[in-house]
Ligand binder design. Structure first.
Ligand code: PLP
Length: 389
C-alpha cells in the first residue's frame, strides 16, 4: 500500500498526542493533571442536552440538508448579524461537524498550489498543516509578546503580496489567549479591504474574554464580503464532543463548501443541530458562569506561573490558555514539557507545536479545577530543581 506523497505534508494537533501519552501514563498508575487539552471541563448546559435528547425522541435521526437545518441556519444568521453588526442570511451559513471543518473545507476550496497564506505564529496548528497539505505557501507573522501577543502590523503589511490569497486571524487566540484590539483590526481591515484575497476570521473563542469585548473584523465596512467567520459550539457551550460548528461566508464559497460536505459527511447530525438551536436561543447564564470561573482560574494560574523560577507569563485577555515564556529556565520548551509530564505528572503543550515562534513557551489550558491547577503548580515548583540552580 502506498499512502499519497502529500500526506507527508499534513501536520497534526499535538494536544491529542499529549493526551494519549498522558492517558497511557495514567494506565500505568501515574497521577496526571491534564492542562493540555482545549476542552472546557464544564458539562454541556442541561437545557441544551435536553433539547438534543428531545430531538432524538422526535425522530431527528436521519439525513438532513447538507448545509444544515434551515431554522438553525436562520438562527445562526440572525445571531451573527446581531453580534457582528453585519447583514447575513441563512444562504451564507454552512453548518459542519465542528469548527475545524470550516478551515478544512474553505481552505480546500480557496487555495491553489503556490498561493500565499498569512497567519499568526504561534497559532492553531491546523492552519499550518492545511497550508502545507494543499501546497500553498506559509507566510507566518510572529506575534509580539510585549503587545499581548498581537501582530506587529508593519510585519503583517510586509508579508502581503499579489500572491496572498488568504489571511487568517484568530481572536481571542489559541495558544496565547491574545485578543486583537479594535484599533489593530481597523488597521488590518484598511490593509485588506481593496485586495483580491479572503480572510478567515476564527472567532471560536469570541465569547470567552476578560477585558474589552473582542471585535470582529467583519464589523468594519466592506469586509464581510471577503470573510469567512468561523464559530461554533465547542468552546462557548462546552460541546466539544457534539461536533457542531459553522462558517458564515459569501454564497459562492458556501456552495463550494456544501459540495465538499456532500462528498464527505453528507450533513451534520440533525439532533445536535437542534441542541445548537437551544444553545443559541436559550438562557446564556451558563456561559456567563463558565467565563466567571475561567477568570478566577486565569488570575490564579498567571500569578502562580510567575512564581515558578524561569517562567514569566503575561495575562491573557481571552480563551482559556496561559502561555508562559520559559526561555529563562535554560531548557528547551520541548524538553521542559516532556519533563513536566514524565517527572511531575503535569500535561501541558510545547509552544513550538503551534509554530516556530512558539518555541520557548508552554501552553497550559486552565480548563481544569482551581484545586488541580494549584496542585499542578506545586508539582511544577517542586520539579524546578531540575532547572533552577
Ligand atoms: N479554532 C481554534 C483556534 C481552536 O483552538 C479550535 C479547537 O481547539 C478550533 C478552531 C476547533 O474547534 P472544534 O473543536 O469545534 O472543531
Amino acid at each position: 500500500m502506498n499512502i499519497v506523497k502529500k500526506m507527508a505534508r499534513i501536520g497534526t494537533e499535538s494536544a491529542f498526542e499529549v493526551l494519549a501519552k498522558a492517558q497511557a501514563l495514567e494506565k500505568q498508575g501515574k497521577s496526571i493533571i491534564h492542562l493540555e487539552i482545549g476542552a472546557p471541563d464544564f458539562p454541556t448546559p442541561k437545557h441544551i442536552v435536553e433539547a438534543g435528547k428531545r430531538a432524538l425522541d422526535e425522530g431527528f435521526t436521519k439525513y438532513g440538508p447538507t448545509a444544515g437545518l434551515l431554522d438553525f441556519r436562520e438562527a445562526i444568521a440572525d445571531h451573527v448579524s446581531k453580534t457582528r453588526g453585519v447583514k447575513v442570511g441563512p444562504e451564507n451559513v454552512c453548518v459542519v461537524p465542528g469548527g475545524k471543518p470550516v478551515m478544512f473545507f474553505t481552505m480546500m476550496a480557496l487555495l491553489e498550489e503556490g498561493d500565499e497564506v498569512i497567519y499568526p505564529d504561534p497559532s492553531f496548528p491546523i492552519y499550518e498543516s492545511l497550508i502545507d497539505f494543499l501546497g500553498a505557501k506559509r507566510k507566518p507573522v510572529p506575534l509580539v509578546e510585549s503587545r499581548g501577543f498581537a501582530f506587529d502590523l508593519d510585519v503583517l503589511k510586509s508579508q502581503l503580496s499579489d500572491k496572498t490569497k488568504l489571511v487568517i486571524l484568530n481572536s481571542p487566540a489559541n495558544p496565547t489567549g491574545g485578543v486583537i484590539s479594535k484599533e489593530d483590526l481597523k488597521q488590518i481591515a484598511d490593509m485588506l479591504r481593496d485586495r483580491d484575497l479572503m480572510i478567515l476570521s476564527d472567532e471560536i473563542y469570541c465569547q470567552i474574554y476578560y477585558e474589552q469585548k473582542p471585535s470582529s473584523i467583519t464589523s468594519f465596512e466592506g469586509i464581510i464580503d471577503k470573510t469567512i467567520i468561523l464559530d461554533g459550539f465547542s468552546k462557548t457551550y462546552s460541546m466539544t464532543g457534539w461536533r457542531l460548528g459553522y462558517g458564515v461566508m459569501p454564497t459562492k464559497l458556501a456552495d463550494a463548501v456544501n459540495l465538499l460536505m456532500v462528498n464527505s459527511n453528507s450533513c451534520t447530525a440533525t439532533f445536535t443541530q437542534k441542541a445548537g438551536l437551544a444553545a443559541l436561543q436559550g438562557p446564556q447564564d451558563d456561559v456567563a458562569k463558565m467565563v466567571a470561573e475561567f477568570r478566577k482560574r486565569r488570575d490564579a494560574i498567571v500569578k502562580s506561573l510567575n512564581e515558578v523560577p524561569g517562567f514569566s507569563c503575561t495575562t491573557p485577555a481571552g480563551a482559556f490558555y496561559a502561555f508562559p515564556n520559559v526561555t529563562k529556565t535554560g531548557m528547551s520548551s520541548k524538553d521542559l514539557a516532556d519533563l513536566l509530564l514524565n517527572e511531575a505528572g503535569v500535561a501541558c503543550l510545547n509552544g513550538a507545536a503551534f509554530g516556530q515562534h512558539g518555541d520557548g513557551y508552554l501552553r497550559f489550558s486552565y480548563a481544569n479545577s482551581l484545586e488541580n491547577i494549584q496542585e499542578a503548580i506545586n508539582r511544577i515548583k517542586a520539579a524546578s530543581k531540575h532547572w533552577a540552580k
